[in-house]
Design a protein around this ligand. Structure first.
Ligand code: TYD
Length: 141
């Protein structure tokens, strides 16, 4: 899929495998399973002060699966034409964010953990951090 033409309809909430146990559940994401992409990096946001907003950028190549490992938050996805707000509040759902999508993460609950599974290692060159530059990159101007 070309990231330039990606739109918010390419970003789905996927349900991950859940191993239910009365003593506590486990959710599994492993490379090789029929998942959207193989994972090269994980990172997580935590101790997010109330009212903070994260994200505020797009990626040129990176695929991500964003999971509310604990608590809840809202992810605003924006392809330059349309926007959608998706609330994540269960650790077994992940929001697939494809390349070429502007995202903001807001409304963190107290103690929320935002776990991100990423298809590539960190590369600052992959970021579009300016909204106008993002729109230009998407050839929407
Ligand atoms: P950034 O992706 O801008 O955070 P967020 O979208 O959550 O607001 O990253 C914040 C800082 O952390 C930035 O200086 C880059 C650095 N960083 C890394 O060094 N490696 C990584 O894998 C990530 C995600 C960020």
């Amino acid at each position: 899929m070309k990231s330039l033409t990606s739109d918010i309809h390419n970003c789905n909430v996927v349900e991950m495998e859940k191993n239910h146990n009365p003593a506590g559940n486990i959710t599994i994401y492993q490379n090789g399973d029929p998942q959207p992409f193989d994972v090269k990096r994980i990172y997580y946001l935590y101790d997010v002060p109330g009212g903070s907003e994260r994200g505020g950028h797009a990626h040129k190549q990176l695929h991500q699966l964003i999971v509310a490992a604990s608590g809840s938050f809202d992810v605003i996805i924006d392809d330059g034409r349309n926007k959608k707000i998706i609330q994540l509040n269960r650790p077994y759902y992940g929001l697939l964010v494809v390349p070429g999508i502007w995202r903001e993460i807001v409304n963190f609950s107290s103690g929320a953990i935002c776990l991100v599974l990423a298809s590539e290692k960190y590369s600052e060159e992959d970021y579009l951090r300016d909204y106008n530059a993002f729109i230009e990159w998407k050839s929407l101007k």
